[in-house]
Design a protein around this ligand. Structure first.
Ligand code: NAP
Length: 248
């Protein structure tokens, strides 16, 4: 039976591209989404056209009960899980003095808590087949100041720390855990940024590599981390930003 990969938040953007690439590499795919049913079904259609099996699961990964339900649905269709890409993210973009408790909880639940509880459920399945790979997706706001980005940045710092803890404790199950952090990528996510145009202009003008990071740059790194070539890399966050975070 083909190996199986779950990509959270794979109805669009980086998650969708990752799911498609994994399908091209021969994995059967679990697509997860929260709201964009049409986009999720379109992605599923593209994966089926590649000859792979696909399951679409609507589940808000910010809710642990919904995560458990998602894995139960996976169990009904697939008898294994080999890869988890924890990609789904959301967040409230506001200056610090405008942040409310609900904004904090929303962002931390979807971006940080989800990694822990998806990883727990994934690890239970992966160990039955001798191991697996987990990749979380982070962003530069985890390690540096970005305007209006407090909740997301802090949630991504938690993702990177959790990635290190998971890497140690899941190693005994032969599960390799790492993160990919990206510079700005022009996906729908940026539409919620009040300073989108400014951010894109800055990325275009200042990235030492001479161009912005593209979705495929992130996907290429995810694919490396889930390959056997990366099996001695554990708990690391690989920054894919064309060098922009090196500037003061
Ligand atoms: N774009 C960037 O500049 C950038 C840079 C660095 C890192 N990243 C990271 O890359 C990842 C993907 O970002 P993107 O730009 O591709 O974002 P995107 O285009 O906004 O896509 C986000 C995906 O996550 C899903 N999602 C959102 N909330 C969810 C929830 N509660 N439960 C399940 N799924 C949920 C969305 O599905 P629904 O529409 O169905 O909710 C969608 O499929 C994120 O972790 C992001 O932080 C992005």
């Amino acid at each position: 039976m083909a190996k199986v990969a779950l990509v959270t938040g794979s109805s669009r953007g980086i998650g969708k591209a990752t799911a498609l690439r994994l399908a091209k590499e021969g994995y059967d795919i679990v697509i997860n989404y929260a709201r964009s049913k049409k986009a999720a079904l379109e992605t599923a259609g593209e994966i089926e056209a590649l000859g792979r099996k696909v399951l679409v699961v609507k589940a808000n990964v910010g809710d642990v009960e919904k995560i458990k339900g998602m894995f139960e649905e996976i169990d009904q269709v697939f008898d294994r899980l080999d890869i988890l890409v924890s990609n789904a993210a959301s967040g409230v973009q506001r200056p610090i003095m405008e942040l409310e408790e609900s904004h904090w909880n929303w962002t931390m639940n979807i971006n940080s808590k989800a990694l822990l509880f998806c990883a727990q459920e994934a690890a239970k399945r992966m160990e039955k087949n001798g191991g697996g790979k987990i990749v979380s997706i982070s962003s530069l706001g985890a390690i540096r100041y970005l305007e209006n980005y407090t909740t997301v940045g802090v949630s991504k710092a938690a993702v990177e720390a959790l990635t290190r803890y998971l890497a140690v404790e899941l190693s005994e199950k032969n599960i390799v855990v790492n993160a990919v952090s990206g510079g700005a990528v022009d996906t729908e996510a940026l539409k919620s940024f009040p300073n989108r145009e400014e951010l894109l202009a800055e990325a275009r003008a200042k990235t030492p590599a001479g161009k912005m990071v593209e979705i495929d740059d992130i996907v290429d790194t995810v694919m490396f981390l889930v390959s056997e070539k990366a099996s001695m890399i554990r708990g690391q966050t690989i920054i894919v930003d064309g060098g922009i975070s090196l500037l003061v």
